[in-house]
Design a protein around this ligand. Structure first.
Ligand code: BGP
Length: 461
């Protein structure tokens, strides 16, 4: 059966600034927490990555050849504003050029304003734990909107705020107590609301929304206690973040869990009003896999556990703990479960709750690729993964979900959050190894030609 998508569907691809750009200290860019962090064992740092900063014109040419209708990228705060609070004209110029180059090539720019790369200068003042970071974020976003909003239709606020909270250790965050983590999380929620207010009250056109990592949660068994555990996990992992962004409220089940962890943040009356009055226009979400949990009775030795990485489970005594799902296969690289149908369940759950247009801003398979002697990459595993997920996007649209686009991770090979360059996701191969930068030449993988056809056909034929 032909699976043809709506006209104007945004077939895209994704990256983030610190994972793709390189040029970490050029043209006035200052260090972010990703630059100052010690690399994970046997993985490269973020100093050069795919060197997109110097190759963006050539890369955008390839994006055009791929047929991309949209490119989802992030803006590095540390290129735009200095530690002294000054605007850096060279940083402004880079994203101006990037946006113009995309538009000239018929590609819609979809920027995220913050993707894990907090300026080190703000981290030193307490990072998101410091309320003043809210104001710094609003000032930064105003600069972005004033400079670029005339050419941008869709803005995303914060990438995977929920993963910064639950798996912060692999995303550049220092070890913190739950209390500290959720006070910082609250500041991010308020910052996001204030930025949405600024955007909506300004002269800007376009839409703005959050970009969390959302995954449906299954109970291990039919036992009511396990079903309840799954609902509680979903409230804490997913709805805490989306209820705040879309309704401006704290999810009631999440509040109970926060109290049980003694991690309820301080919330002022003004915070509640600003959140309530300023909500999202659309929902961008990243989907890699689903989650499975079981009940976790409070008993001796039961301890809360944070997630090892973005896609692993975590445990809260009295509520839930991770369980194995015997129906799902796992990725080779990180042992993340593969669940295309879960994408359809997740998209429907989001649309049921919020009735806002949705776009997937990340979905993909990280794996080691091999460049053959004739410069080909036969990544049929990636094609399989993406095809199965695109099919579920199609079925979600048939279900009635207002899906505006799909941007798999990643447009081009880049550095993984904590597993180096060898964990590749791109349609375009970048010729470098973990530590040997080689010539950084670009090669089209088999998945490039496959996705090119999907886009040209506007679906699966
Ligand atoms: C998401 C992040 C991305 C990206 C992706 C893949 O959580 O938003 O930045 O890296 O996961 O994860 P990883 O790089 O850990 O393989």
């Amino acid at each position: 059966m032909n699976k043809i998508f709506p006209k104007d569907f945004l077939w895209g691809a994704s990256t983030s600034a610190y994972q793709v750009e390189g040029a970490w200290n050029e043209d006035g860019k200052e260090p972010s927490i990703q630059d100052t962090m010690k690399p994970f064992p046997n993985t490269t740092d973020f100093k050069v990555t795919a060197d997109f900063y110097h190759h963006y014109k050539e890369d955008i040419k390839m994006f055009k050849e791929l047929g991309l209708k949209a490119y989802r990228f992030s803006i590095a705060w540390t290129r735009i504003i200095t530690a002294q609070g000054k605007v850096n004209p060279k940083g402004i110029a880079f994203y101006n050029n990037l946006i113009n180059e995309l538009l000239e090539n018929g590609i819609e720019p979809i920027p995220t304003v913050f993707h894990f790369d907090l300026p080190q200068s703000l981290e030193e003042k307490g990072g998101w734990g410091n309320r003043q970071t809210i104001d710094r974020f609003v000032e930064y976003c105003k600069v972005l909107f004033d400079n670029y909003a005339d050419r941008v239709n869709y803005w995303q606020t914060i990438n995977e705020q929920n993963m910064l909270v639950f798996a912060g250790r692999v995303l550049g965050q220092k070890k913190k107590s739950w209390k500290e983590v959720f006070q910082g999380n609250h500041h991010m929620l308020v910052a996001q609301a204030k930025v949405m207010q600024l955007f909506h009250e300004g002269i800007y056109e376009g839409k703005i929304g959050p970009a969390p990592n959302i995954s449906c949660v299954y109970p291990k068994t039919q036992k009511p206690e396990d079903v309840l555990a799954a609902e509680n996990m979903s409230a804490f992992r997913n709805w805490l973040f989306l209820d705040a962004a879309a309704y401006g409220i704290y999810n009631h089940r999440a509040v109970q869990i926060l109290k049980s962890l003694d991690a309820m943040p301080e919330i002022t009356d003004e915070d509640r009003i600003v959140m309530r009055e300023n909500t999202a226009d659309f929902i961008a979400f990243n989907y890699y896999n689903s989650t499975t949990v079981e009940a976790f009775p409070i008993e001796a030795g039961a301890e809360a556990k944070k997630a090892a990485d973005q896609q692993s489970g975590f445990a809260i005594p009295g509520y839930f703990k991770p369980a194995k799902n015997t129906h799902l296969q796992k990725t080779k690289f990180s042992q993340w479960s593969i669940d295309p149908v879960g994408l359809r369940i997740t998209a429907n759950e989001i649309y049921d709750r919020y009735h806002l247009p949705v776009i997937i801003t990340e979905n993909g398979l990280g794996q080691e690729d091999t460049l053959t002697s004739d410069n080909k990459v036969h990544d049929d595993y990636r094609i399989d993964y993406l095809e199965q997920h695109i099919e579920q996007v199609y079925l979600s649209i048939q279900d009635g979900v207002e899906f505006i686009g799909y941007c798999p991770w990643s447009a081009i090979d880049l550095v993984s959050t904590h597993e180096g360059f060898k964990k590749r996701y791109g349609f375009i191969y970048v010729n470098r190894d973990e530590f040997d930068l080689k010539d950084l030449k670009r090669y089209k993988k088999d998945s490039f030609y496959w996705y090119q056809k999907v886009i040209a056909d506007n679906g699966l034929k």
